[in-house]
Design a protein around this ligand. Structure first.
Ligand SMILES: C[S@@+](CC[C@H](N)C(=O)[O-])C[C@H]1O[C@@H](n2cnc3c(N)ncnc32)[C@H](O)[C@@H]1O
Length: 275
């Protein structure tokens, strides 16, 4: 594994975490998409589609005359998305296994390009944003959602909770990725010459056990990588996991705020050729 590789689990192995992620963030994602971009008949590209939940929902919203293309770098995710499309008998959605870095200019043009929790895994998010922007039709919208991880907290405070965030920060740092990428989106887009950037900030309260389980799950999925980079040791990770499960997840008196998410929307016509 190199520093640039994706270090979370894919397919069935990552299913529980991605399920929790959908449960926590899908309602605000859908609101933002509906408010800013979705119309019947449009062509949509989702990059890093994960479970395909949002892509399938978009396919329903845009109707038979629209088209959703969803891509993911993982064949296991692509397999799961295909199954979901078959299950829902959707005819206006196609899937492709491809890395966003490998998309060529002749890939096609879209009225909406959307990605969520993708740029946090990229070493050069600015380059990816430029690429995504180049795939828009005139008047098309680019919608990005990404994390501000450091803003997650629990109260009463718990050392294991804070240490988990510290380890995740270090993990992204040694991988040359930014776990607070959401903070940078607004400035990056303005810096590219885009005049108007619509923004919204979301911070969910994790209420149910299945939502709070995202805390140990993220740590469990990244523990091999954390150990490989010598950021911790096996005993500490087992203790952290135990502490998170038996306190924050199991005990209802903990008030848990999940990672903040910055939502941004820009339009191609608002673009001033600095790219
Ligand atoms: C954290 S998940 C988010 C999934 C989904 N967007 C969501 O919000 O639930 C990131 C997804 O991006 C995919 N991915 C990672 N690196 C990628 C790349 N270079 N190109 C395309 N997809 C990538 C992963 O396989 C995974 O499905």
């Amino acid at each position: 594994m190199t520093h640039s590789e994706y270090f979370l689990k894919v397919g069935e192995e990552g299913g529980k975490r991605l399920g929790a992620l959908s449960n926590i963030y899908n309602s605000t994602t859908k609101e933002f998409l509906l408010r800013n971009a979705l119309k019947p008949g449009i062509r949509v590209l989702e990059v890093g589609g994960g479970t395909g939940d949002i892509s399938c929902w978009i396919a329903n919203k845009i109707g038979r005359l629209g088209l959703v293309k969803v891509i993911d770098s993982s064949s296991s995710q692509v397999f799961l998305i295909r199954n979901k499309i078959r299950f829902f008998k959707l005819r206006n959605i196609e899937v492709e296994k491809i890395k966003v870095e490998n998309i060529l200019p002749n890939f096609g043009k879209f009225d909406l390009v959307f990605c969520r929790f993708l740029l946090i895994h990229m070493q050069n998010p600015k380059k990816i944003i430029k690429k995504l922007f180049s795939l828009l039709n005139p008047g098309g919208k680019l919608i990005i959602e990404d994390c501000i991880f450091s803003k997650s907290f629990c109260f009463p405070t718990l050392d294991a909770f804070d240490r988990r965030i510290e380890l995740i920060q270090q993990l992204f740092k040694v991988s040359n990725k930014n776990y607070d990428i959401g903070k940078h989106l607004y400035g990056m887009l303005l810096g590219m010459g885009i005049k108007e950037v619509k923004t919204n900030l979301v911070q969910p309260v994790l209420r149910s056990k299945s939502q709070k389980e995202i805390l140990p799950l993220f740590l469990q999925e990244t523990s091999d990588t954390i150990l490989r980079f010598n950021l911790s040791n096996k005993k500490e990770l087992i203790d952290l996991n135990y502490s998170l499960l038996n306190s924050v997840v199991e005990k209802s008196h903990y008030f848990v705020a999940g990672a903040q998410v910055c939502q941004v929307c820009v339009e191609k016509s608002g673009f001033v050729a600095k790219i």
